[in-house]
Write a protein of this length. Structure first.
Length: 247
């Protein structure tokens, strides 16, 4: 279990204000609604299922998913990222990074101040560089980083001059981030991402959790570049990754 200290206020709030757990979605991780968490990020269910070579990452919240996005600041440094995240035990090597590079997570993010999907034109206006505010997916590799705050996580930096193994759809930022183009689907209080895998058996044996969070771009590239600064909710309550695929 990851003993991340900034999760303690969330766990305490869930205990103080329990609401009946979500009952319309079966399997996965069921969580109680929490009135002190912003409803679009208040997780009540998270699961991963597979069908042939497709894995579906599913999350449900107590409000309308995807309706709240960061406010634009007009500059990259200091800008915010909102995210729906599935931390997993899947090896980072399975999606194109080095082996055991950190905690591999699928993230659905929105951020109005920059675009990190240079291969895709999500809003269909002919410009691939202005789509950051549209919800899109990433693989990210996370590690605890004290420079992000005590007990906090950050996206792993790529040291200057190093040439690690990277996915073909790496967007060019000096962090372990991939922009594979898997489009998230929002429907009321749920969101899903469907992903094709060459080795689906690798996915079926993993554990996972569900997290909603805010991240922030730091002023300096390797400060590190991207830190988790605000964990809004954790499906398990303690980031223990109890979820099992297809259960």
């Amino acid at each position: 279990m990851l003993n991340v200290r900034f999760l303690l206020p969330i766990i305490a709030a869930s205990v103080v204000n329990p609401v009946l757990a979500h009952s319309q979605h079966l399997g996965g991780i069921q969580a109680a609604a929490n009135q002190s968490t912003l409803a679009p990020f208040d997780i009540i269910h998270a699961k991963i299922t597979t069908n042939e070579n497709i894995a579906t990452f599913h999350m449900a919240v107590s409000g309308n998913a995807g309706t709240t996005k960061p406010t634009a600041t007009g500059k990259l440094a200091g800008s915010d990222v909102f995210s729906y995240v599935w931390p997993t035990t899947l090896d980072s090597y399975d999606v194109g990074f080095e082996k055991n590079a950190g905690i591999l997570a699928l993230a659905v993010t929105a951020h109005p101040d920059f675009d990190d999907t240079p291969l895709y034109d999500e809003n269909g206006d002919g410009d691939t560089k202005n789509d950051g505010n549209i919800w899109h997916s990433h693989w990210v590799v996370l590690k605890p980083n004290e420079r992000c705050g005590e007990g906090a996580l950050g996206v792993v930096d790529i040291p200057k001059g190093s040439k690690p193994r990277l996915p073909k759809t790496w967007p060019g930022l000096p962090i372990l981030l991939d922009s594979p183009g898997w489009s998230p689907t929002f429907n009321g209080n749920t969101l899903e991402v469907q992903i094709a895998f060459d080795r689906i058996d690798n996915v079926e044996n993993i554990s996972f959790d569900g997290v909603t969070s805010g991240l922030r771009v730091n002023q300096s590239v390797h400060a590190p570049l991207l830190c988790v600064v605000n964990v809004m909710d954790v499906a398990s309550g303690d980031l223990s990754l109890p979820g099992k695929v297809n259960l």
